[in-house]
Design a binder for this molecule. Structure first.
Ligand SMILES: Cc1cc2nc3c(=O)[nH]c(=O)nc-3n(C[C@H](O)[C@H](O)[C@H](O)COP(=O)(O)O)c2cc1C
Length: 186
């Protein structure tokens, strides 16, 4: 059965990871917006990637609304966010948030991977700039010691008006290895 790497990306970092993964796997690369529910039927393995926005995965409704179609497939989810996923506590918080927002039947089927994206002020539209302004104003009121590493990255990026980019091709290694193992078990 074929493998699809499907992604939803606002500023390009999830797209970058999706391209790297599809290249390593020789899989079909598809933007989520171009995928119809019926298209999912043609794949035995689906790798879905989405940027994190307020703790939610961009475009994940493609899976949540089509559980009947994807329930019997090998499913891999990767998220891309500013949060530093080399810190186990951050991963724990992220996963417990996903567990609360995703349907249990889907959450249990997914293998999860988390990658770092960035903050792309130069590309940001009005609404996201406004959200970031509110968030950074709130963070500035907190004592330095209370800030997490990702809070600081956000403040550095927004506060100094600079783009930050933590994308790292090497991070996809474990996901690629797990997908290859799943493909050979089919
Ligand atoms: C409004 C807004 C909300 C965000 N919320 C989160 C978040 O909850 N967790 C996180 O780790 N990153 C968050 N980010 C950072 C994005 O996930 C990050 O920029 C990511 O690289 C975006 O991926 P994309 O360019 O593929 O859409 C947020 C960014 C914006 C603009």
């Amino acid at each position: 059965m074929k493998t699809a790497v499907i992604y939803a990306s606002r500023y390009g970092s999830t797209e970058k990871y999706a391209k790297w993964i599809a290249e390593e796997l020789g899989a079909n690369l598809l933007p989520a917006g171009d995928v119809s529910p019926a298209d999912l039927d043609g794949y035995g393995v689906i790798v879905y990637g989405g940027g994190l926005y307020a703790g939610r995965v961009n475009g994940i409704s493609l899976l949540t609304k089509n559980l009947g179609r994807v329930g019997d497939k090998k499913l891999f989810l990767f998220t891309v966010g500013l949060i530093d996923v080399s810190i186990p506590k951050n991963v724990e918080t992220l996963q417990s948030g996903l567990k609360k927002t995703l349907p249990p039947a889907l959450y249990e089927k997914l293998r999860l991977y988390h990658f770092r994206g960035g903050m792309y002020l130069s590309k940001m539209g009005f609404f996201h700039r406004l959200v970031m302004k509110i968030m950074t104003n709130m963070l500035r009121k907190q004592p330095e010691s209370a800030l997490s590493e990702s809070d600081r990255a956000m403040l550095n990026s927004f506060g100094f008006g600079q783009d930050v980019d933590f994308t790292d091709r090497a991070a996809i290694g474990p996901l690629v290895a797990d997908v290859k193992a799943a493909q050979s078990a089919l």
